[in-house]
Design a protein around this ligand. Structure first.
Ligand code: HEC
Length: 230
């Protein structure tokens, strides 16, 4: 090995050692080349500030302040029917929408309303004797033929009786997707002959026994789309 190549090898080896010693400990401050960018003058949340008389850096927003993503909702809790007349589901129905609806239904609603909307979710069953009301079927004739999409949306958004409001727990788009899924449950519980033929083609047995909360394999979303969950 020549002196020259020995020198090269040494340089490479030393730089590797140098790199591997980079400290990843976030507690330790690196060298601050521009301290002004590290220590800004802005008051951080919860920080005191001598500037204001009350010594707090946090200010109460002026009356009437709304958050940037605030969308006004013009119906009070008892105006579900009005919401039903006036609101139109803006989310087009598709397999993707139904998958979203199904996901959020299973997260938020299944505990009470049950897998297929028959009202026998875990929570309802477990707390029945303690007075937990049995939720009405989500595929009742009332919901299917009298309730418009907007009224279901309104119920999800505002809650009803013992049912909590889901306004902040889902985006409006997700709520509308759940509405589509509730429609799918309705259709699944009252399949037409054509639906049943479609189900048969897909190889599902007992298509008529849809009112069974433990039938996870029943895919109402597929039924709603005429058997093409693509
Ligand atoms: C804590 C249990 C619980 C959860 C969770 C719940 N609900 Fe309810 N839901 C109820 C009860 C109880 C009622 C009946 C309320 C009443 O009228 O007093 C109800 C009523 C409804 C109604 C009106 C039915 C009718 O015939 O009046 C709809 C629609 C509905 N729920 C949909 C949903 C959807 C969709 C979700 C999920 C986003 C959901 N619920 C989550 C318990 C629940």
């Amino acid at each position: 090995m020549t002196i020259r190549s020995l020198f090269k090898v040494t340089v490479v080896a030393l730089s590797l050692v140098g790199l591997s010693s980079c400290d990843r400990n976030p507690e330790r401050r690196e060298i601050q080349y521009m301290p002004d960018m590290y220590f800004s003058q802005a008051v951080k949340p919860q920080e005191p500030s001598a500037f204001f008389a009350d010594g707090s850096g946090m200010r109460t927003p002026p009356a009437g302040t709304i958050s940037r993503d605030f969308v006004p909702y013009p119906y009070s809790i008892i105006e579900g029917e009005k919401a039903g007349r006036e609101l139109v589901n803006p989310v087009p129905v598709s397999a993707e929408t139904l998958a979203t609806g199904r996901k959020y239904y299973n997260i938020h609603c299944k505990v009470c309303h049950g897998v297929v909307g028959s009202g026998d979710g875990m929570v309802t069953l477990a707390h029945r004797e303690k007075g937990m009301p049995i939720p009405p079927q989500l595929y009742s004739d009332k919901i299917r033929s009298e309730w418009a999409d907007g009224q279901i949306f309104h119920t999800i958004k505002m809650g009803q009786g013992q049912m909590p409001a889901y306004d902040k727990r889902m985006t409006d788009e997700q709520k509308w997707a759940v509405v589509h899924y509730v429609r799918a449950l309705g259709r699944a519980a009252h399949p037409t002959e054509a639906d049943l033929a479609e189900v048969e083609k897909l190889g599902w047995k007992d298509a008529k026994a849809l009112d069974n909360p433990y039938r996870e394999d029943i895919k109402p979303a597929q039924l709603y789309l005429g058997g093409t969950e693509k």
